[in-house]
Ligand binder design. Structure first.
Ligand code: THU
Length: 136
C-alpha cells in the first residue's frame, strides 16, 4: 500500500508521542494518532501503573485527547509500536474506538520494523455493540 500524506502525518504523530510513553513495566511503547472529524490529529501514548490494570493504552489516551480537544468522531487511526508484528488495538480499545467510529473506519497497525496492517474497525470488531443499540 502506498503511503498517503495523511498516513505519513498520522505515523509521525504516533511516533512522536510514542517516544513519551510511560512504560517502566512492559518497556513496550505504543503511540496512537487519530484523524478526527474536525480534520485535526489527536495523539496519545500508553501510560502504565504499578497497579497494572490501571494502565492506559495509547488508543485510550488518544481518544481522551480527541474529546478534550472538542472532537467527537474518529475517521482514521494509526497505531505504532516496536518490533515487526503489527500492533493491533487490544479488545478493550476496539470497543473504545467503536464508540466514536463507524465500522468502515480504517485502523492502521504498525510494528515499526515491519509491515503496516490496514483493517477496518468492522474487521477487528465484527457485529459490534455500539451507541446505535441504545438509540444514539
Ligand atoms: N498497549 C497499547 O497501548 N495499545 C495496544 O493496542 C496494545 C497494548 C500497551 C498496554 C501496555 O502498556 C503495553 O502495551 C503492553 O501490553
Amino acid at each position: 500500500m502506498s503511503e498517503t500524506a495523511t498516513d505519513k502525518a498520522l505515523f509521525e504523530a504516533a511516533e512522536a508521542i510514542r517516544a513519551k510513553a510511560y512504560v517502566p513495566y512492559s518497556h513496550f511503547s505504543v503511540g496512537a494518532a487519530i484523524l478526527a472529524g474536525d480534520g485535526k490529529i489527536y495523539a496519545g501514548c500508553n501510560i502504565e501503573n504499578a497497579a497494572y490494570p490501571q494502565g492506559n493504552c495509547a488508543e485510550t489516551s488518544a481518544i481522551a485527547a480527541m474529546i478534550a480537544g472538542g472532537a467527537r468522531r474518529i475517521t482514521r487511526i494509526y497505531v505504532t509500536g516496536p518490533g515487526t508484528i503489527a500492533v493491533t488495538p487490544c479488545g478493550g480499545c476496539r470497543q473504545r474506538i467503536r464508540e466514536f467510529a463507524d465500522p468502515d473506519v480504517e485502523i492502521i497497525s504498525h510494528g515499526v520494523d515491519g509491515e503496516r496492517l490496514v483493517q477496518t474497525l468492522g474487521q477487528l470488531l465484527p457485529h459490534s455493540f455500539g451507541p446505535d443499540h441504545l438509540g444514539k
